[in-house]
Design a protein around this ligand. Structure first.
Ligand code: IPM
Ligand code: MG
Length: 366
């Protein structure tokens, strides 16, 4: 099959880790007989430097014409001045909103050979395998009113946690669909003891549950959830929550896996069902890590696993996705480690070498 992929490497280590994912995808194409056409574009600081905008309409149009978008990372100290009119992050938020990517999937899986690279006890993180579904185009990030103004008594500012029942329904449905494909346990996270939007969220979640009687639904308050996540993370299968709660909980959950350099993500415009293709944007969870940029240090595994999610959700290539995931496991089993997951007795490699090993493993496994 033939696929067009918009490639937006972005800033910092973005271009380096994206290059390794493309390396792996080229081998996938050869081995399984697909043609991937990579169409490069600018986003974030790189786009600001070139055009003054964090995302140009031309780049956005190019993304719309592709099957999926693969993004590296955006941001860096060069563009960080709070007085700046445009920020690299604006490009990311614009892509999410304009491409209607409402469903952000952030899987957190602890690899057995890496249980010692976290700050938690190995027995706590052993066996962690959860999927966090974060609503991505609503809530405080985009709700109106959203503004800052001055009154006679001083300055004020407001952000609105606004949700419609349609927005809640479609994201909760994503949670149920994924739970159905996994261990059939969905935890819906809210703050229904305080927030009106959370009470609507809970009501709608209960209504959607009627379509998924085979899945167990539990409601959990966000503060209790943040505690449970580090106390007993293996408790969770699928979590679904609104935008800001999801932002915070996924940074917390990412630490279960030891390194941000291991975690992929997908942002979808549709409900993922097996065999169905949804347009999506794919990016590693980690940021642009400016201090590591250009040093051949960054761990490319998050981005390579991200490309596996792209094969799965935007191209319905499940076998190919699993081949990439297995190749990552093979490289880790063989002992290769980037600096962030390095342990005594292992083989320390750089970004490119890790990419080479994984690409080799994809090509080799039958
Ligand atoms: C994330 C990031 C973004 C967010 C920032 C960079 C705008 O923290 O993807 O989790 O808050 O969504
Ligand atoms: Mg975040």
């Amino acid at each position: 099959m033939k696929f067009d992929i918009a490639v937006l490497p972005g800033d910092g280590v973005g271009p380096e880790v994206v290059a390794e994912a493309l390396k792996v995808l080229r081998v996938v194409g050869e081995r399984f007989g697909h043609e991937f056409n990579f169409r490069e574009g600018l986003v974030g600081g790189a786009a600001i430097d070139a055009s003054g905008e964090a995302l140009t309409t031309a780049t956005l149009r190019m993304c719309r014409r592709c099957h999926a978008v693969l993004l590296g990372a955006v941001g860096g100290p060069k563009w960080d001045d709070p007085l700046n009119k445009v920020r690299p992050e604006d490009g990311l938020l614009m892509l999410r909103k304009e491409l209607a990517l409402f469903a952000n999937l952030r899987p957190v899986k602890v690899f057995p050979m890496l249980v010692n690279s976290t700050t938690l006890k190995p027995e706590v993180v052993q066996g962690v395998d959860m999927m966090v579904v974060r609503e991505l185009t609503g809530g405080l990030y985009f709700g109106k009113p959203k503004k800052r103004w001055t009154t006679a008594k001083g300055r004020k500012a407001v952000d609105s946690m606004l949700y419609s029942e349609q927005e809640i329904e479609r994201i909760v449905r994503v949670g149920f669909e994924l739970a159905r494909q996994r261990r059939k346990k969905l935890v819906s996270v809210d703050k229904a003891n305080v927030l009106e939007s959370s009470r609507l969220w809970r009501t709608v979640a209960n209504e959607v549950h009627a379509d998924y009687p085979d899945v167990e639904l539990e409601h959990m308050l966000v503060d209790a959830c943040s505690m449970r996540l580090i106390q007993k993370p293996t408790y969770f299968d699928v979590l679904v929550t609104e935008n800001t709660f999801g932002d915070i909980l996924t940074d917390e959950a990412s630490m279960l896996a030891g390194s941000m350099g291991m975690l992929p993500s997908a942002s979808l415009a549709g409900v993922p069902k097996s065999g169905v293709m949804s347009f999506g944007m794919y990016e590693p969870i980690h940021g642009s890590a400016p201090k590591r940029a250009g040093l051949n240090m960054a761990n490319p595994i998050a981005t390579i696993l991200t490309s596996a999610m792209m094969l799965r959700y935007s191209m319905a290539l499940e076998r190919e996705a699993q081949a990439v995931e297995k190749a990552v496991l093979d490289a880790l089993t063989a002992g290769y480690r980037t600096y962030d997951i390095m342990e005594e007795g292992k083989i320390k490699v750089g970004t490119r070498e890790m990419g080479d090993e994984i690409a080799k493993a994809v090509g080799a496994s039958a």
